[in-house]
Design a protein around this ligand. Structure first.
Ligand code: ZN
Length: 518
């Protein structure tokens, strides 16, 4: 009897495959992934994949070799900035639907500049005083929200980045946790939106003072400060070491929260921010951007190796994109006999202010600091009993007369839909919110910018809008895909793979060409 039971047990044990081993390419019906890893690299142009391809040996190499790689993915909104790119990634929504119309905007109700995630109702956890943060300004759901709804919150959703908006917006409203970096203290912080206190494992991670280990660290951009302190922590953020620190945090999150190891599909979003800091400072053609791109490949490789040991990469669905690209430095463009240059900051606001004073009389007409989005004092318009459309039209005429202005749209034009009959106008129309959008929205000619030094992004041109989109993992058919797609397609595709409802504002399609037959 005992012998029979023992041999039965032995037979059962022998027949059970080791749970953590990735299975060979499944012919049909791949299991749901145990973990979805949604990676974003801040300011990572599509051509960083091709230009530095021969130097990649880590995670980017693995994605390029084994993933479904889209060569023609673009955004379709304006401006091409971090908050919008990150809200688009896992909601699939256009700014007109998501309400995330910029990194920050002038809030007409309170008369203050707000950020995409600032929230006076919350406090920062683990950091200094100051306003808290939350996804409340985002009006739509994310893949993570839909996953939580579908599993009665058994799935865990966690967002990590060095930037608050890049941790908060992709993970969504129902996320268990979002963490970002405090460059004053070198610690990761969160918001009371996610709970009353930081989880113990985050405090332990912070107490290990990992940022201090980068003292004197060397990369193509020079050496980091040799003393611990704010100068070091800022330099970590602005170097490849910031990404390394985030990668270590991602490993710790997987370990501490047992992501992908609990019989549920979990979602981890990881947005590497240091690429953006380096790119703004040095430009896309610099050796520094090349260095950080190659080191990002290495950091991703470490994360994949860790996940392979812990969960098995055969059980991990990876997606990768970027939130926007970047323009060349105007000086580099000039050296190539390409167009471009720098416009003095304030020139647009000054032109609008002068034109409105001349036409409608004295007053502080312009209430916002941006040169791209002009907000007019609505109280002044009302007090003078003026027609707002007429005030906007007068402002538009003044801006159109400035050099290197490609387009100017008034809010009333955008809301009436009269801008949407060409690709540039459609990007604007896709992004308009009656409450949040400026009274005037303006685009400079290609390669022109207001930045006084370094370079920037935000335009609708290819260098800002063309980004990588890669899927890799169970259920994905590897290959190179050359059809035009939009980043808005990623979220509905993930929802389809996971068998959950498509996010509420998703404006893309399911990329069914990459789905293995199921
Ligand atoms: Zn960005």
């Amino acid at each position: 009897m005992t012998t029979a039971l023992a041999s039965l047990l032995l037979a059962v044990t022998a027949a059970t495959p080791p749970a953590a081993r990735p299975s060979p390419a499944p012919a049909a019906l791949p299991a749901r992934p145990k973990l979805v890893l949604a990676v974003a690299i801040d300011q990572f142009r599509y051509d960083y994949l091709t230009r530095f391809r021969s130097e990649y040996t880590g995670g980017l190499r693995r994605l390029l070799d084994r993933g479904a790689v889209f060569t023609r993915a673009r955004f379709q909104h304006f401006p091409s900035v971090t908050a919008i790119g990150h809200s688009t990634y896992l909601s699939g929504a256009l700014p007109a639907m998501s309400g995330i119309i910029g990194n920050d905007w002038y809030d007409r109700a309170t008369g203050r500049l707000v950020t995409s995630v600032s929230d006076p109702a919350e406090k920062i956890l683990g950091g200094g005083a100051g306003e808290g943060a939350s996804p409340r300004r985002m009006l739509v759901s994310t893949v993570g929200d839909e996953l939580k709804i579908a599993t009665a919150s058994k799935s865990k959703v966690i967002g990590l980045s060095l930037k608050d908006r890049s941790a908060i917006l992709p993970s969504g409203h129902m996320a268990d946790l979002a963490l970002w970096y405090d460059a004053q203290t070198g610690r990761f912080v969160s918001s009371t939106f996610y709970g009353a206190a930081l989880p113990d494992w985050v405090i332990r991670f912070d107490d290990e003072r990992k940022a201090d280990a980068y003292r004197g660290g060397s990369w193509r951009g020079g050496d980091l400060p040799k003393e611990a302190g704010p100068a070091l922590y800022g330099a970590v953020y602005g170097s490849p070491f910031g990404n390394d620190l985030l990668e270590a945090l991602a490993e710790r999150a997987v370990e501490a929260e047992r992501l992908g190891q609990r019989g549920e599909t979990d979602l981890l979003t990881v947005s590497f921010s240091s690429n953006d800091a380096v790119g703004h400072e040095k430009g896309p053609d610099s050796p520094e951007v090349r260095d950080i791109s190659v080191r990002t490949d290495a950091a991703l490789g470490r994360l994949f190796s860790y996940l392979d040991t812990r969960i098995g990469m055969g059980n991990v669905l990876v997606t990768l994109t970027a939130d926007h690209g970047v323009a060349p430095l105007p000086e580099v463009a000039a050296s190539r006999r390409m167009p471009g240059g720098r416009m003095p900051a304030g020139s647009v606001r000054d032109a609008v202010q002068a034109a409105l004073v001349q036409r409608f009389g004295e007053g502080q007409w312009v209430v916002s600091p941006s040169d791209h989005s002009i907000y007019i004092d609505r109280k002044l318009v009302a007090a003078k009993r003026l027609d707002l459309d007429q005030v906007q039209d007068t402002a538009k005429e003044a801006v159109q007369a400035l050099p290197h202005v490609l387009r100017v749209y008034t809010l009333h034009e955008l809301l009436a839909g009269s801008a949407s009959d060409d690709p540039v106008g459609r990007s604007l129309a896709n992004s308009v919110s009656a409450q949040r959008t400026g009274d005037l929205e303006l685009l400079l000619e290609p390669y022109w910018m207001f930045a006084a030094r370094g370079t920037t992004h935000g335009s609708v041109f290819g260098y800002d809008m063309h980004v990588p989109v890669i899927f890799m993992g169970p259920g994905i058919r590897p290959g190179t895909y050359r059809r035009d797609i939009t980043v808005n397609d990623v979220a509905p595709t993930l929802a389809e793979i996971l068998g959950v409802e498509s996010p509420s504002g998703a404006a893309g399609r399911v990329l069914d060409e990459v789905l293995a037959i199921r």
